[in-house]
Every structure is written in C-alpha cells, then in structure tokens.
Design a protein around this ligand. Structure first.
Ligand code: FE2
Length: 187
C-alpha cells in the first residue's frame, strides 16, 4: 500500500485513537459500576480498543456494501457482505469474554459507540472505499497483535482467548488478501 500524505495522516490518527482508550477506562468506569474485573485496566482498555475497532470495521464494510455502484457493483457488493457477515460471531465471542473478564459495563453502549466514532472518523479521510476497508484491516492486524501481547505480558491469557485471537487473525489475514486482490494485487 502506498504511503501518500493522506494515508500517513490516517495512520497517525490510529495511534491517537488507540491511546485515547486508556482514558475511557482508567479504572473509574468499572469501579463506579462495582464491576469485579479480573483483569488489569491496561488489558481492559486494550480489549475495548479491539472491540470498538471490530465493530467500526463491521460498520465500515457494511455501509460500503450498501454504497458501491458501477460496473463492478455485483462482485463488490458480495465481497463486502462476505467480509462483514463473517465478523459477527467473532465480535460476539469477544464481547462475551469481556463481560466475563471485566463485567457487564465492558460493553456499555455509549463508550462503545464513542470508540467506534473515533475509528470511523479517522477512516473517513480515505475516500476510496476499498482503501478505506484496508485501513480497518490493517488496524485490526495491529490491534490483534497488541491485544495478544498485552494479555500475555500481564499473565492473563487463557486458552480460550488465545484461540479466539488466533482465529480472528487467521480470518482477517484472508480479508486482507481478498481486499488486496480487489485493489489489483498491490500490497
Ligand atoms: Fe445487502
């Protein structure tokens, strides 16, 4: 993928978004709700980052599925549908683990939607829909790795979470491949 000034700006925005999630959690949100979190605030913030990212990419792919037009419409429409529908189960699995690990407040609507809006706003700088989809996939690859490393470093990895993260990485590598083909085989 090229590193035009626009793309560079978007990737920098990703870093800002990522860092802002520590602020959302900070311990007080769950503390106020009396949640009995079994993971550190760092792990909780990282899980929220990943969760909102997956939901944002699901929305990104779905709206693009609705918006595509022109001579490649049919194939694009189906490709995007395949990509976003394949995400619902992984998002649900992650949400259920977050509730088990952190408490019900882990998936409260308002902080989740605020997080989604940050990702989607950053990606909106990219007008070309398949490059925009790729921005989301690149962020997912980065955040899956970071989530794995953060949980592992905190000694909080379970076999189930390990399997979930590995399965997501596998599925999203396939998504990157499919999007690369749509973009003409360029990386
Ligand atoms: Fe549809």
């Amino acid at each position: 993928m090229s590193s035009s000034p626009e793309r560079q700006t978007t990737m920098l925005a990703h870093e800002d978004i990522r860092q802002s999630f520590g602020g959302i959690y900070g311990g007080s949100l769950y503390g106020a709700k009396g949640a009995k979190g079994r993971v550190s605030d760092t792990v909780a913030a990282q899980l929220l980052t990943l969760y909102t990212l997956l939901l944002a990419q699901h929305r990104n792919l779905w709206s693009t599925h609705n918006q595509v037009m022109g001579s490649t419409y049919y194939g694009d429409h189906l490709l995007l549908e395949r990509l976003y529908t394949s995400m619902t189960e992984e998002i649900d699995d992650l949400a259920e683990r977050m509730v088990a690990w952190i408490g019900p407040g882990a998936v409260d609507n308002v902080p989740v939607v605020q997080g989604m809006a940050r990702w989607l706003t950053a990606w909106a700088q990219e007008a070309e829909p398949f490059h925009r989809a790729m921005l989301g996939e690149q962020a997912i690859q980065e955040e899956l790795q970071r989530t794995y490393d953060t949980i592992k470093a905190g000694g909080q990895m379970s076999l189930g979470m390990d399997d979930l993260l590995m399965g997501m990485a596998n599925e999203h590598e396939k998504a990157v491949y499919l999007l690369q083909q749509r973009l003409g085989g360029r990386r």
